[in-house]
Design a binder for this molecule. Sequence first.
Ligand SMILES: Cc1cc2nc3c(=O)[nH]c(=O)nc-3n(C[C@H](O)[C@H](O)[C@H](O)COP(=O)(O)OP(=O)(O)OC[C@H]3O[C@@H](n4cnc5c(N)ncnc54)[C@H](O)[C@@H]3O)c2cc1C
Length: 319
Amino acid sequence: MKTILVIAEHRRNELRPVTLELISAAQELRQADDKVVVAVIGSKAEAYTSALSVTGVDEIVTVKTASEEFDPDLFEAAVSALVENRKPSVVLMAHSVDTLGYAATLAKKGNFGFATDVFKVEYDGAELVATRAGYNQKVNVEIDFPGRECVLLAIRGSVYKQAEGATSPTVSALDLGSATSRGKNLQFVEAGGADDVDITGVDFIVSIGRGIAEENNVETFRELADTVGATLCCSRPIADAGWLPKSRQVGQSGKVVGACKLYVAMGISGSIQHMAGMKHVPTIVAVNTDPNASIFTIAKYGIVADIFEIEEEMRAQLG
Ligand SMILES: Cc1cc2nc3c(=O)[nH]c(=O)nc-3n(C[C@H](O)[C@H](O)[C@H](O)COP(=O)(O)OP(=O)(O)OC[C@H]3O[C@@H](n4cnc5c(N)ncnc54)[C@H](O)[C@@H]3O)c2cc1C
């Protein structure tokens, strides 16, 4: 029997949805009598046990620390103690700004196998294989970890479905002793656009790219999105120009629109980096004047046309 350890992520007293995705990843990975243990770290760790009691979780371990907010030193100490105590073969954590602060150090110190931004994980016989992108998202790289007793994987968000269904796992506590931090949280500052809609959770997106030509045209497509009940998103040049907030950018350095079912790409060429955020969407409609635009290679419906003509037509038909 092996143990898969999931590290819960929370911020400002709320469990982050990626935690439930990690539990799904653990469920998919588990074999026969493997055990899924979810660890939650923080001064109010026990407050999350009910939200974490979802199908597939066998045990929840709370690790009390001095701070409720994320602290890299305390998380590193806590996960290290958890690995020592529970001897997991795999540790799943989010590929997030939090784990960026301690995962690599932890893996190095513990001599663990390690991979970040993983979007697929499975066993090939007895070998654990993690898949992530390489060479600027141009190829997928399969990584194995020969000889490692414990493998730590940071999993990309919005790839796995959120685990659901209630269950009653065992709840236990692990004493961290006197772990201390070199840092101190002074205040919490929201990143720009944090009060904006979370595009990873919406199901219908109209997305604009450089084909809109100028800032004045953003309003036209905002109105179109409102008319058809979609959320307006964009490619990176539009966000870089400040025409839409960064929080609306889809792609490798933007967001993966995990819940999207219908994605209408208007004047977007389909770079590897943009497609990294939306190529999984079941129905992609692309409008582009260039019949050779890469976006057509993943579109279910391709329209070789001017986006302004199609915008008018959509409004007339759907508005
Ligand atoms: C490390 C790195 C990370 C990156 N991350 C991201 C990311 O997260 N998201 C992202 O989007 N990009 C990202 N990029 C940038 C990416 O490489 C592309 O430059 C970008 O996606 C191009 O955006 P676009 O498709 O809007 O523009 P373009 O590539 O210029 O395409 C515009 C398209 O509009 C079409 N068009 C023009 N006029 C019309 C019209 N009137 N009607 C119809 N079609 C028209 C053109 O034929 C063209 O295909 C990243 C790049 C790097 C190096």
